[in-house]
Design a binder for this molecule. Structure first.
Ligand code: IPE
Ligand code: IPE
Ligand code: MG
Length: 241
């Protein structure tokens, strides 16, 4: 299936736990398999010319999970970072972490910083990993940053102070795993994103599933509050309308 890829895709990578439970495996095995799925998805996005991929890896609410699952996720992140960075560099992927770093351990923080520094010069794809991220937290931290600097709070300044302030808003937000909710992901930036939900569990989300989502996105009409007629009208008559 071929269609023009969105410039910025965001994904709620959900369903790792259920994938593992169905196989009588511990939930952390699902998260491990989820890393493989992310690697495949990043490659696919590079090939398809996607400029920005933003993924939800750990929410501010995920701290409420059992302790062993949380520590398993932290260890997995540190190990994945040291293993994956050389290939990310080879593929031209620039890593960037979004979220509150203060609550992370020194080892995790150091891992994030090392990976960001090692990939800083890459230009093929920006990979934003939301880790200890919450959309509400993002809005509050942006407002606080502006207040501290004594700057006016308006839509433009607040948007620019958010964690994704330097990239265009997501065109397409995909959620795997069957749930149809945002779960405190990009609350501000999702204002006009196209939403796509699928039942596929994240470890099973492959290139074909990505292409199906992109093809569906290609069928959507993004009106941004206008009418269909306005979108079809040539620029001159649009001005008159
Ligand atoms: C998403 O998969 C990954 C994280 C939230 C860390 P889940 O772990 O939420 O998987 P399910 O929803 O329980 O299947
Ligand atoms: C959202 O999934 C967070 C991530 C994928 C990292 P959850 O599994 O935490 O969301 P809820 O609890 O089902 O809403
Ligand atoms: Mg889940």
């Amino acid at each position: 299936m071929k269609s023009t890829a969105p410039n910025h895709i965001a994904i709620v990578m959900d369903g790792n736990g259920r994938w593992a439970t169905r196989r009588f495996l511990p939930r952390v095995a699902g998260h491990k398999s989820g890393v493989d799925s992310l690697r495949r998805c990043v490659r696919a996005c590079v090939v398809r010319g996607v400029a920005v991929l933003t993924v939800f890896a750990f929410s501010s609410e995920n701290w409420n999970r059992p302790k062993d699952e949380v520590s398993g996720l932290m260890e997995l992140l540190v190990r994945a970072l040291s293993r994956e960075v050389p290939q990310l560099v080879a593929d031209g992927v620039r890593l960037h972490f979004l979220g509150e770093r203060g609550a992370l351990s020194g080892a995790v923080r150091a891992g994030l910083e090392r990976a960001e520094a090692a990939t800083a010069a890459n230009t093929s794809l920006i990979l934003n990993v939301c880790f200890n991220y919450g959309g509400r937290w993002d809005i509050v931290q942006a407002a606080n940053a502006l207040a501290e600097r004594g700057e006016a709070i308006n839509e433009q300044s607040l948007g620019a102070a958010m964690q994704l302030g330097q990239v265009p808003e997501p065109d397409l937000i995909i959620r795997t795993g069957g749930e149809q909710r945002i779960s405190n992901f990009l609350l501000w930036q999702a204002a006009y994103s196209e939403l796509y939900f699928c039942d596929t569990l994240w470890p099973e989300f492959d290139e074909k599933a990505l292409d199906t989502a992109i093809a569906e996105y290609g069928q959507r009409e993004r009106r941004f509050g206008k009418t269909s007629d306005q979108l079809r009208a040539p620029a001159t008559s649009q001005q008159a309308a």
